[in-house]
Design a protein around this ligand. Structure first.
Ligand SMILES: [Zn+2]
Length: 124
C-alpha cells in the first residue's frame, strides 16, 4: 500500500467513526447504556481507590502511582458521563404540539394526545 492509499484509508476510518458517533448521539437508548456502563466502571475505580486508601490507613503503605492513575481515570469518566448526559438533554428537548399544546419528547413523531404529526422544531 502506498502513502496515498494509506492516507485515504485513515480518512475513511475517521469518517466512519464520525458517522458512528452521530448515530450514537441520536440513539438515546444506546446513550443510556453508555452512561450506565461508564458509571459502573466509575464505581469500580472508586472501589479500587478506596482499597488503596484502606491499605494506607491500615499499613501506612500507599501505591501513589496507582492512586494518581485512578484519580485521572475517574475524572476522565466523570467528564464523559457529563458530556453524554448533556447530549441526551439537548436531544430530548421537549416540543409543544401545535394542535393541542401537549409537551412531547423530541423523538416522538405523532402527538400521543391528539395524533397531530409533529414538526421537528423546538418551541420555547
Ligand atoms: Zn397534540
Amino acid at each position: 500500500m502506498d502513502l496515498f492509499d494509506e492516507i485515504l484509508d485513515k480518512a475513511k476510518v475517521a469518517f466512519d467513526v464520525a458517522v458512528k458517533a452521530t448515530e450514537d448521539v441520536v440513539d438515546t437508548g444506546k446513550q443510556k447504556f453508555n452512561i450506565a456502563s461508564l458509571e459502573n466502571k466509575l464505581s469500580k475505580d472508586y472501589k479500587a481507590l478506596g482499597e488503596i486508601f484502606y491499605n494506607f490507613k491500615k499499613n501506612g503503605e500507599i501505591d501513589g502511582e496507582a492512586a494518581e492513575q485512578l484519580i485521572a481515570e475517574i475524572d476522565d469518566k466523570k467528564a464523559k458521563i457529563e458530556l453524554l448526559k448533556e447530549v441526551m438533554r439537548s436531544a430530548k428537548a421537549d416540543r409543544v404540539c401545535a394542535n393541542c399544546g401537549a409537551v412531547i419528547d423530541n423523538d416522538i413523531i405523532f402527538c400521543p394526545i391528539c395524533g397531530q404529526k409533529l414538526e421537528f422544531t423546538t418551541e420555547e
